[in-house]
Write a protein that binds this ligand. Sequence first.
Ligand code: SAJ
Length: 433
Amino acid sequence: MKSDKKPDVCVVGLGYIGLPTAAVVARAGCRVRGVDVSCEVVDTINRGEIHIEEVDLDGLVHAVVARGLLAASTQVDPADVFVIAVPTPFDRNHAPDLTYVMEAGRAVAAVLKPGDVVILESTSPVGTTEQLRDLMAGLRPDLRFPGLVDETPDISLAYCPERVLPGRILEELTNNDRSIGGITPRCARRALAFYKLFVRGACVTTDSRSAEMTKLVENAYRDVNIAFANELSIISDRMGLDVWEVIRLANRHPRVNILSPGPGVGGHCIAVDPWFIVHGAPEETPLIRTARGVNDSKIHHVIARADALIAAHPEARVACLGLAFKANIDDFRESPARLVASTLSRRHPDRIRIVEPFITELPLEYRDTSVELIDVDTALESCDLFIVLVDHDVFRSIPLSERAHKIVYDTRGIWPDQPKGAAADAPRLQAVG
Ligand code: SAJ
């Protein structure tokens, strides 16, 4: 990659991270080839359209495709910088599955030339970038790889995790700080030059193993903190306290920041990444492992409480508010709300209705059921018992006057002013200051 010319870039994997990254890099003026195994994805992008929902991404992809800066293909072609952003799922035993990363590595290795930079962005267990280097070195004995030779290597390899939040991806891709971990310091510097082309946040260089661990640690930190909040909510149920009030008050301490309880932790990051650490150090991770267990079991606590409430009000028509894994998105991956709603629907098929403003049709599990998808207004008119599972803004903004007489189980704490009725289980602490 010469510093005077913008590099040609190849992004392998056009999902939630790869496609926005390809589009932002293209906007910075680089010629980008996006690669995906799915012909459908490739065709969609080449039409200037997108296959995922993300704020403002459609307009950006349309623009860079129209300007000829982004083109998609099923095949990896030569480039100066390769960015690998493919999924790293885990198997049934929570062991990371690196098949997609290594497949991408094989395809990239075949077209490498001296001077190229390869960057892994997929969330990966510690040591993966070195494994990728070893795989490529085995396939390309004609090239010198970093860390394996004393001379200046032909190829640079680095690990640089993404940190973007669904719903804010384009903004966070450019503005967030990045950790850039090279196999050698020179590799880190070469990757840094690439990120400088489109990142406004600080780019901090380190070694590849530290960068890999940093990504896992960020999500494990949140998982542990949310587990603490979820455990507090279960303790509060037992003690008749309002957990939201307790957390609000505790967070007034300048060095306390407890996250929010909810029906569990969903998405493909926070509930997954901690396992990569546990797998790498099984004996040394009792806290991280337990936090995962606490967050997973919160779903069952919510199901049990909602179930008891529904049983205690046999005449009530029930609305489950939300199916997404978090607020204001249409993403249902590993969603605790979806699991709670489908379990309750199976148990009380004639009484449950679902409100999810981000979809027009209920997911597959409702196909042969009588459960209906209704809008917020219909729910307010026709339902008596509300189970709040997602903190979508449209739910949060329902004024007290429209829900004061409802029976409410609010797993997200979006209605702190809700009068304590049959669902009430907590005396309200007096807010101070
Ligand atoms: N949640 C709670 N309580 C909270 C915060 C979140 O129950 O106080 C739940 C949410 O409802 C959701 C889950 O946790 O079910 C995860 O939501 P999230 O918004 O915390 O995170 P994700 O999965 O959308 O994105 C995370 C982010 N990581 C961190 O904030 C450390 C994001 O920056 C990462 O890029 C992303 O994981 C990823 O790709 O790893």
